[in-house]
Design a protein around this ligand. Structure first.
Ligand code: AQP
Length: 354
């Protein structure tokens, strides 16, 4: 027996979804549903680590679910739900808080970036965010997680936590006969949690800010001009691309010519991802042209690809009860799977539950 392939991923309802979330994550979610069983989660409990207008959280949660469905995820074939409906995520986080080491969490670059200089004042939730993320994934014993490049380190931590749990409790896992055989390097070992693989490939694993090619496009960037929101209308998309930072050079004929030109490389990458092609082909097509010619072509392409998504999101958001029904149904199905894992975890670690 080996672990059954299962895809899990989540998106935080911390603000407007942007092109980075779409190209780096959601578009991959849609493709994977053809070949895998998938669980897609609006990670509302994670969003409590951010500064929020809490009255807006229910609608922001619905908006992420609407984006999943508008992009093409089928909530009947797969599971779409919000994290707060399945309390086993929080329960497994506690177990993982007792497995993960302070030193591991201290190394997380996302914590360092988000906590800034005033670390003493950061919430404990922000610090243990990666433990909750590991629990989200491992409570379903998911084998694959599609994410953008920024989440790579958290996925490595998830593997470290799984491996330490499997080692620490190897005797209990063997005695209870709940292990699954898996390869760790050259060795075959028995473990209860899989060593989950990140799925990070593609041309847009890290979409950068339109205002600063050294920063990733982010929901929490104070400048709205830094990102293309999935709900922006055609005029707004064209305006943001027109104002996007570039350099005075024309486009090169080969991608080597994009070296040390982060803003130019970002726009070429966005074009390639939206057109489902490669950066090589994009520079070959626009070689020697100025950004004044490239930007309108990029704006047309972005509007073409994003307008149907935005209009379907608006249609879905007009019926919140329908979205709530999908999240409730998904939550019930997810809870059955998560509780089956937790029943065994409680036995492994020695917690009485009946
Ligand atoms: N710029 C990006 N390029 C490619 N992928 C990205 N993702 C985020 N930004 C980019 C991927 O989108 C998924 C959902 O992200 P999230 O909302 O759960 O958290 P995040 O990575 O913290 O996203 P943001 O937009 O930067 O939000 P804030 O500003 O709230 O922190 C993940 O798979 C992520 O990799």
């Amino acid at each position: 027996m080996s672990f059954k392939p299962l895809v899990f991923s989540g998106v935080q309802p911390t603000g407007n979804l942007h092109l980075g979330n779409y190209l780096g994550a959601i578009r991959k979610f849609v493709a994977l549903q053809e070949s895998h069983d998938c669980i897609y989660c609006v990670v509302d409990m994670h969003s409590l680590t951010a500064t929020l207008v809490h009255e807006d959280l229910p609608d922001q949660t619905r908006a992420i679910a609407a984006a999943f469905i508008a992009a093409g995820i089928d909530p009947k074939k797969h599971i779409v739900f919000n994290q707060a409906r399945v309390m086993q995520h929080a329960e497994l986080t506690w177990v993982f808080n007792c497995v993960a080491r302070m030193g591991w969490l201290n190394r997380m670059t996302q914590f360092k970036e988000k906590a800034g200089k005033d670390r003493e004042n950061a919430s404990v939730g922000l610090f243990t965010y990666p433990d909750l993320m590991a629990a989200d994934i491992l409570v379903y014993r998911a084998t694959h997680v599609p994410v953008g490049d920024d989440q790579k380190q958290h996925l490595e931590l998830t593997r470290d936590i799984a491996q330490k749990f499997n080692n620490d409790f190897s005797k209990r896992i063997a005695d209870l006969g709940v292990g699954v055989e898996m390869a760790v390097g050259e060795e075959k070992v028995n473990g209860f949690f899989p060593l989950t693989e990140p799925l990070i490939g593609g041309v847009a694993t890290r979409v950068m800010s339109l205002r600063d090619g050294s920063k990733k496009m982010s929901k929490s960037d104070p400048s709205d001009l830094s990102r293309i929101n999935l709900t922006d209308d055609a005029d707004m998309i064209a305006k943001k691309i027109k104002k996007a930072k570039t350099d005075p050079e024309p486009l090169p004929s080969e991608i080597a010519g994009l070296k040390d030109r982060p803003e130019a490389e970002n726009l070429v990458g966005i074009y390639a991802a939206l057109a489902d092609t490669t950066k090589e082909k994009v520079v070959a097509e626009f070689a020697g042209r100025q950004f004044s010619a490239f930007k309108p072509a990029l704006a047309d392409l972005a509007v073409d690809k994003l307008a149907p998504l935005a209009s379907e999101m608006r249609r879905l958001m007009a019926d919140p009860a329908h979205i709530d029904g999908i999240l409730k149904d998904g939550g019930e199905r997810a809870r059955v799977l998560a509780e089956a894992t937790m029943k065994t975890v409680r036995r492994i670690v020695g917690l009485l539950d009946d």
